[in-house]
Design a protein around this ligand. Structure first.
Ligand SMILES: [Zn+2]
Length: 383
């Protein structure tokens, strides 16, 4: 069996409080997933992520495929074991990075040939290969191989991109279903130091990975609808809405999400990829989005931008040079509990590595805290 999704409560606005039962963790949703690009949520150790309450993190297939290589990770027991992360993980398909980072891409119906952004070496990714790489990495959730349609895109371009993504979704699913039992932890999950709590109910099949399909279609409502309907027919374990937050105005993002959500099966998890700002993730969660991920909290942190209950705070500002107050007076995180704005500014100013760590911890605590409050408000009786 792959995942189980139990909805505990649903609001009139569509927001769902649920639990997503995965092989390595029962994840409380709606959930924000910190992005662990190359086997690390940049600058933040795994034990701190756990203490912040992160239940599921992302790994980027493209980066891990190039270095250290999915076969090496597989030989070491899979990504969970390699990075010592006992909780749930999700890997993307590699598609987004192939299209955004690599050079000299050549896309055909078969797949995409590209050159590594690291050393120029040539690689060929097909839907089947993306599945093999993701199965070798062994995250709890894998993603179908897709082409993220850029913005803006002419209608003919969005149609052609969607045609490719739908064909690749089907091939991803067929190959995944034939090989999903090949995950590196299939026979060792029982022995792991963290018991696979919920998924191994008596009489259940062995736990396995899940595969999500990705709705594309650019900013065209009818293409989005077509994409969603065709993916639902294919019967994935969950559904993502991709190709958003790619430079379009925010009401368009909202419009696309609102168009697609009612078309997705209510009993399966819904994931909006690559969003967003703090107010956005709250808004989308209240509309019925169950999962979101974004590099923003950690990337902004490394540039000195803190998200706080009082708004955005650029810690590099000279006015914080002797400011003894915590970064966010309303925040209970370990950084706000212990350090001052003046100290964080100093670390940033002199280029100390601790700067990225402390700023990232606060921003992640802030994002995870938002979702905790949203969850509580979606199901007051359970909190
Ligand atoms: Zn804080």
């Amino acid at each position: 069996m792959s995942l189980t999704f139990n909805i505990l409560n649903q609001t009139d606005a569509g927001g769902r409080r649920a639990e997503l039962i995965l092989p390595h963790r029962t994840v409380q949703t709606p959930v924000f997933m910190p992005v662990g690009t190359a086997g690390t949520v940049k600058a933040v150790p795994q034990d701190i992520l756990e203490s912040l309450g992160a239940e599921i993190i992302l790994g980027n297939t493209y980066h891990l495929y190039l270095r250290p290589g999915h076969e090496a990770i597989n030989r070491m027991g899979g990504l969970h074991k390699f990075i010592s992360w006992p909780r749930a993980m999700l890997t993307d398909s590699g598609g987004f990075q192939v299209f955004s980072l690599s050079a000299l891409r050549k896309v055909t119906d078969e797949g995409v040939r590209f050159r590594s952004h690291l050393d120029g070496s040539s690689h060929f990714f097909t839907p089947e290969h993306s599945m093999d790489v993701q199965i070798a990495l062994g995250a709890d959730i894998a993603m179908a191989f897709d082409e993220c349609t850029e913005y803006p895109a002419e209608r003919t371009r969005a149609e052609e991109s969607l045609r490719l993504t739908m064909a690749w979704a089907k091939r991803s699913l067929v190959h995944f279903r034939a090989h999903q039992q090949d995950v590196p932890w299939l026979h060792t999950l029982h022995e792991d130091r963290v018991p696979p709590v919920s998924i191994l109910r008596p009489g259940s099949d062995a736990p396995s990975q899940s595969l999500f399909g990705i709705v594309q279609g650019g900013m065209y409502r009818d293409l989005r609808r077509e994409s969603a309907e065709r993916l639902v027919e294919m019967d994935f374990d969950g559904y993502a809405i991709g190709g958003l937050s790619v430079g379009e105005p925010r009401d368009l993002t909202m419009e696309m999400i609102a168009e697609v959500l009612p078309l997705l099966p209510p009993g399966k998890p819904r994931y909006v990829m690559g969003v967003g700002y703090p107010d956005e993730i709250e808004q989308y969660a209240r509309m019925g989005v169950d999962m979101m991920d974004c590099v923003l909290p950690t990337r902004a942190a490394r540039h000195g931008l803190l998200f706080t209950s009082e708004g955005r705070l650029n810690i590099k500002g000279k006015r914080y040079a002797e400011d003894q107050s915590p970064p966010d007076p309303a925040c209970q995180c370990m950084v706000c509990h212990r350090y001052s704005r003046a100290y964080l500014r100093h670390l940033m100013h002199v280029g100390e590595a601790l700067s990225a760590t402390l700023n990232s911890i606060h921003n992640l605590a802030y994002y995870l805290g938002i979702m905790e409050r949203v969850r509580a408000s979606l199901h007051p009786q359970a909190s």
